[in-house]
Design a protein around this ligand. Structure first.
Ligand code: DC
Length: 219
């Protein structure tokens, strides 16, 4: 079984994906990680984030192992890392170079410890439209920008990262705009995706709704 969960930043994709992965025994691929890895490498290199040629070269050399090692970097999950990821993800060449790595995972999905899984759950912006259009069930998870900014703000605060709400809201809106208007694979729901607006829903309610849809679909 292959499930895709797309949608904008802080809509609840990660939480839903991980809960579904646990319930159905699926491997989990957070596809934002491939762009964060390139973003962090760009920051380390000291090159300008506008250097699309260099970003594309880094994308061509990215391996799963390298990505997992970079995930330990303090910038990987930071606002700066997210911003860098969003910028490099708008380069067509970067996206093209990262396609196979993401697609191939569905042919041989494995858990973090290397044991084989029965299927995969992809979390991202284009997994139902581009990475895996043949997925069994597709979701598009969204929420109002203010609600998503509040969730992100709370996450940063819990990690002790100092920021203010207005800055987070501005970043959320800027990333929405960039992700939705880039010329290659702009963020949008697949035609056959189930759209869930989580603005007024708790984590458990979203999970129960998604499970009901999956059960109906695979019956
Ligand atoms: O989900 P995230 O915040 O880790 O994603 C970081 C950036 O990567 C996001 O701004 C857009 C990009 N991204 C993408 O273009 N396509 C994906 N499938 C996943 C993420």
């Amino acid at each position: 079984m292959i499930i895709t969960v797309d949608g904008p930043a802080a809509a609840g994709k990660g939480t839903l994906s991980q809960n579904l992965a646990k319930k159905y025994g699926l491997a989990y691929f957070d596809t934002g990680m491939v762009y964060r890895a390139i973003g962090v490498m760009m920051l380390h290199s000291g090159r300008n984030l506008s250097d699309a040629v260099y970003a594309e070269r880094l994308a061509g050399e990215l391996t799963f192992a390298k990505m997992m090692a970079l995930a330990e970097d303090k910038e990987f999950r930071s606002a700066k890392g997210g911003e860098a990821a969003s910028i490099v993800s708008s380069y067509s060449g970067v996206r093209r170079k990262l396609l196979d790595m993401q697609r191939n995972f569905a042919f041989k999905p494995t858990f973090a410890d290397g044991t084989p899984a029965k299927g995969v759950i992809y979390d991202g912006r284009d997994t139902g439209t581009v990475i895996c259009p043949q997925a069994t069930v597709k979701f598009f998870i969204t929420a109002k920008p203010e609600v998503r900014a509040k969730r992100r703000f709370d996450e940063f605060a819990a990690k002790g990262q100092n920021t203010d709400f207005e800055t987070v809201l501005k970043d959320v809106k800027a990333r929405d705009e960039r992700d939705a208007t880039r010329k290659d694979a702009p963020m949008k729901p697949a035609d056959d995706a189930y759209i869930l607006d989580t603005s007024d829903m708790g984590i458990d309610e979203v999970f129960q709704k998604a499970v009901a849809i999956i059960e109906e679909k695979v019956r």
